[in-house]
Design a protein around this ligand. Structure first.
Ligand code: GLN
Length: 541
């Protein structure tokens, strides 16, 4: 039978609940337990697939093709659990399921209410994940902040869960903020007291408090929080701002959070340290030997979370190369009006990420042209591959008006277009090629040298494809097609013959990179960037 941990958040949003939940997962996994994680999002969208990245941050894609919250990315990066469409549940999905059942007449004329119908549906979703995953511990993160109207049904379901499952089988963790007041030179506990008070009104008494803070919590402060919030002193966990998110599991472990959880659940597990994680991940990040500068040219650059998995995958590749990655974030729209040499001359690698819509496309093309001509290592992801194809068609093959039909449906040379059976797509939600597909890799290519495999599985999220009608023309001029989706001969990977490192992929390798299993494309990219840096003696230390 599974045990359940609910993770809630108080005081403010963006406290890093997702990273706290993932780190907790990691330390419990280090005790030999099988864990899985779930995220409940209180908004009414069915999934974040159609939401603007400025509102929602990155859309994380799971192996089975669900468009999910970016916290699922943290869960997969920190732990061995594999996320699926069942691990991210929105209020929209819950209401949709209940209303559909009501329309079918399944409730036999009853009045449908938040309690018990919505709360029952929420509880069922948790139990389903527990039974499918066979996890020893299911960690359920509830999005939003305690006190929001929207998250009430989820908190009510969490409250009922302990009554249903028994005291020893459910644990409540509350992530809160202990702010530092400069004028008083003091850490303040009142916001946490209020936030726990709100939770108690709902009927939840937290067992563990994870306190986000800029400064260390003194014993005195811990005692005060423990007393006012009715939590044991050792269960007041300090979560101080860290240089790297990958330090958090170590910080939790130091404060024996794993022991606290295990003793609540009355579980006895083997002792194990996180030595490998510390040596091979954290120490490599904190004390790197080299440094490279990588430029990411995207249109959501101003938002920290929009390219989350890409930034993390770069860090992982940095770990593998003992290298610190200095990321230069370049707005593709601004680049349209700038001389690329001015902003790109000293970079060691250029990465063009995925995206939708025409805004900033010309800037991306400009960056790719600069990388191609100046032999700067280049990695293109999804839209980054599509724009690389457009750039090559326009500037190398002389097809001046080449374009993707996403940007010009009437283009003379539609080098990127929809497949014939996609033309009548009218709905926007869930109509893309999503999730993992096999990709066959041809020998004697850069892709093969990096992957060292003939078949890989990578995750997709796009509608448009490389148009095979232009394959020959582009290949003749030096474009190499090094990976395809075998069934339909869809182009998945392109590269350039006469270039030290130029590779672009139709899929999203960033979703599969982990600190201990960095993605080979990113590792190769950083290695090439490092080679360029050491040649130029610019950024290597
Ligand atoms: N907009 C492009 C498409 O739909 C690329 C999508 C992406 O980069 N994720 O095919």
């Amino acid at each position: 039978m599974s045990k359940f941990i609910f993770v809630t958040g108080g005081v403010i949003s963006s406290l890093g609940k997702g990273i706290a939940a993932a780190s907790l997962g990691r330390i419990l996994e280090s005790r030999g337990l099988k864990i899985t994680l779930m995220k409940f999002d209180p908004y009414l969208n069915v999934d974040p697939g159609t939401m603007n990245p400025y509102q929602h941050g990155e859309v994380y894609v799971t192996e089975d093709g669900a468009e999910t919250d970016l916290d699922l990315g943290h869960y997969e990066r920190f732990t061995n659990s594999q996320m699926s469409r069942y691990n991210n549940v929105t209020a929209g999905q819950i209401y949709y399921a209940v209303i559909c059942r009501e329309r079918k007449g399944d409730y036999l004329g009853k009045t449908i209410q938040v309690i018990p119908h919505i709360t029952d549906e929420i509880k069922q979703r948790i139990l389903k994940v527990a039974s499918v995953s066979k996890a020893d511990i299911v960690i359920v993160e509830i999005g939003g902040t305690v006190g929001d109207i929207e998250s009430l049904p989820f908190l009510e379901a969490a409250r009922q869960f302990r009554i249903d499952q028994g005291e020893d089988n459910v644990l409540y963790v509350h992530v809160t903020l202990v702010p530092y007041m400069k004028a008083a030179d003091e850490l303040k506990t009142k916001p946490s007291q209020h936030s726990v008070g709100r939770l108690r009104e709902i009927g939840i008494q937290p067992d563990v408090l994870i306190c986000r803070t800029e400064r260390p919590l003194s014993d005195q402060i811990k005692e005060k929080i423990a007393l006012f919030c009715s939590v044991k002193k050792e269960a007041v966990i300090e979560a101080k701002d860290a240089q790297s998110i990958y330090q958090i599991p170590l910080e939790f472990k130091k404060q024996i959070l794993d022991e606290i959880v295990l003793s609540h659940f009355k579980l006895i597990c083997r002792e194990q340290r996180l030595a490998e994680w510390e040596e091979k991940v954290v120490n490599r990040i904190l004390y790197p030997k080299n440094r490279v500068k990588i430029t990411v040219v995207g249109k959501y650059i101003s938002l920290q979370d929009a390219y989350k998995s890409i930034y993390e995958a770069l860090v992982h590749a940095g770990i593998a190369n003992d290298t610190e990655i200095q990321i230069q974030k370049l707005d593709s729209e601004q680049l349209q009006h700038t001389d690329p040499a001015k902003v790109l001359a000293d970079t060691n690698g250029i990465l063009v990420p995925g995206g939708f819509g025409i805004r900033g496309i010309l800037g991306k093309i400009k960056a790719i042209e600069y990388a191609r001509i100046n032999e700067i290592p280049f990695l293109g992801l999804c839209l980054g591959m599509q724009t690389a194809v457009v750039e090559f068609a326009r500037n190398v093959c002389g097809l001046k008006e080449a374009n993707s039909t996403e940007f010009n449906p009437k283009t003379k040379y539609p080098v990127i277009s929809l497949l014939a059976d996609q033309y009548d797509i009218k709905e926007k939600g869930g109509t893309m090629r999503l999730g993992a597909y096999p990709c066959k890799i041809y020998r004697n290519t850069l892709a093969y040298r990096l992957y060292r495999k003939s078949i890989v599985y990578e995750r997709h999220r796009h509608r448009y494809e490389f148009n095979n009608a232009y394959r020959r023309i582009l290949e003749k001029k030096g474009l190499v097609i090094s990976g395809v989706y075998p069934k339909e001969r869809l182009v998945e990977i392109i590269e350039l013959k006469k270039h030290p490192f130029f590779i672009a992929v139709q899929f999203h390798p960033e979703f599969k990179s982990k600190p201990e299993q960095p993605h080979p494309l990113f590792v190769g990219f950083i290695k090439a960037a490092l080679e360029r840096a050491s040649k130029k003696k610019q950024y290597s230390v």
